[in-house]
Design a protein. Structure first.
Length: 128
């Protein structure tokens, strides 16, 4: 959690309640999160993606733990990854709309997915 912009000293470990997923959301239990330079930009306020108080982080891998009533295409137990706003990956669990989730095949370790997905997007942007 970040309650104000600043250096690494503003990061705090804090217990935050998590409501059940909304009808259009899935609950993700993170197994691995990515730590990227963009997180520094968010934490310092250089990028306007994180509004304190808030949770940084835009890249993670994990397991779908619950699904909202309107969700189709994702099930409890699916392995997923994402690399996108909204920020909030520096958590054990989070609720998220599934539009930007990528299902992981068994041959992709969570660590590779969480560390590489954002970089893959960047390479794709530069190649275009």
């Amino acid at each position: 959690m970040v309650e104000r912009y600043g250096g690494p000293e503003v990061l705090q470990l804090k217990e935050i309640g998590l409501p059940p997923p909304a009808p259009n959301e899935v609950r993700i239990r993170h197994t691995v999160i990515g730590v990227n330079f963009i997180d520094v930009y968010c934490r310092t306020g250089y990028f306007d993606l994180l509004q304190p108080p808030g949770v940084p982080g835009m890249e993670a891998a994990g397991v779908v733990e619950a699904v909202g009533s309107e969700i189709a295409g994702f099930s409890v137990g699916d392995r997923i990854a994402y690399a996108c706003p909204p920020v909030g990956a520096y958590t054990e669990r989070r609720n998220m709309v599934p539009d930007l989730l990528v299902r992981l095949s068994d041959d992709i370790p969570d660590e590779i997915a969480a560390a590489g997905l954002l970089k893959g997007h960047q390479c794709e942007f530069f190649a275009a």
